[in-house]
Design a protein around this ligand. Sequence first.
Ligand code: NDP
Ligand code: MG
Length: 390
Amino acid sequence: MRKVTILGATGSIGQNTIDLIARAPEEYDVVALTGAGNIAQLAEDAVRLRANLAVTAREDLLDDLRAALAGTEVEAAAGTQALIEAASRPADWIMSAIVGAAGLAPGLAALEQGTTLALANKESLVCAGELVLRTARAHGTQILPVDSEHSAIFQALIGEDMASVERIVITASGGAFRDWPIEKLAQATLAEASSHPNWDMGQRITIDSASMFNKAMEVIETHEFFGVAPDQIEVLVHPQSMIHALVGFNDGALMAHVGPPDMRHAIGFALHHPERRALPVERLDLAAIGTFEFRAPDEVRWPALRLAREAMQAGGMMGAVFNAAKETALDGFIAGQIGFTDMAHVVEDAMARMSASDGHIADTMTLDNVLQVDHLARKAAQAAIAKRAG
Ligand code: NDP
Ligand code: MG
């Protein structure tokens, strides 16, 4: 049996991972499941999958988790250290699917034990790509990308030589506001930003899709993970979300990865790698679909793409600033403090504040230093929010 742990088990990626694992319970020994606020789901899955350990990130919910697990054999724990301890328990495969920079430390702990890490938590690559890859190398660990675009790129690169790669194209659906008049965007509501035309995902990434911050993060993720230069990475708007990414080679060939918008493909690919196993996803009927559309991304509509390029150009820990400011701006939008289009202004303002002050961006990239930059960038973003809101 393979020992598996799912960090962020109660989320959208976590639940899709559990869906696949629960189809073949005889193959998996579930070591730990983690969540945060959704105690009922965490406890239910931990009992159903016979996990050894269930951890909530929220210490205030430990008693609730204990109560939900009373009379079962599942151990309960809570808090940041408990998440790290869960990720450190021996496992053969760990899914990193916590949302946000909170996924960085547990992901690093998983890499340090030398296990295969299926990485959905793109924020850890945006905040600390060099540290994450260095840790994986030092412990002889393999990282398998789970973001659909990056899984697609990984698959298109199998058997290829990176030296012959000319460019990487990642597609974007364009999210909820692809066809909205630009002048209406400032008034977009939380409910409008929280619905995605093609993918069913967590609320935060859905809003990030509407603002294109998700794609901006994915450009940085591509740069960090595959080691390609920023000017070799293109974003292409493709409303159908069926071509996930394309790799362009020096002989003019473009290898495209086509599949239905269902995360169980990328999760299943990472779960079974290096095998390719049958997965319960729809088979596309291309004749019925008829056409694939493509458009260039509009950088006026989506300033996030430009900001990601500026973060990559600045280098050092500007990725951590970009991510922390984005998370804080998103919190501000969800809380109704700022409007939809303010999010990009807040990130731009926070990046400027952090470059102007000693934001420690050029310090050595260690976990402590990344967390310090993350903390300072959140404060800078809060100041920018206060300025816009007030
Ligand atoms: P969700 O919001 O659905 O789930 C997030 C998970 O993280 C939940 O288990 C949640 O617990 C937990 N969590 C929330 N806050 C914290 C915290 N502070 N500390 C520890 N755990 C926490 O997110 P998604 O599943 O959509 O996304 C997860 C990751 O995968 C993100 O990095 C996202 O960018 C990436 N991703 C997601 C895709 C998708 O299709 N959803 C596609 C590609 C990438 P609880 O729910 O119990 O509060
Ligand atoms: Mg993606």
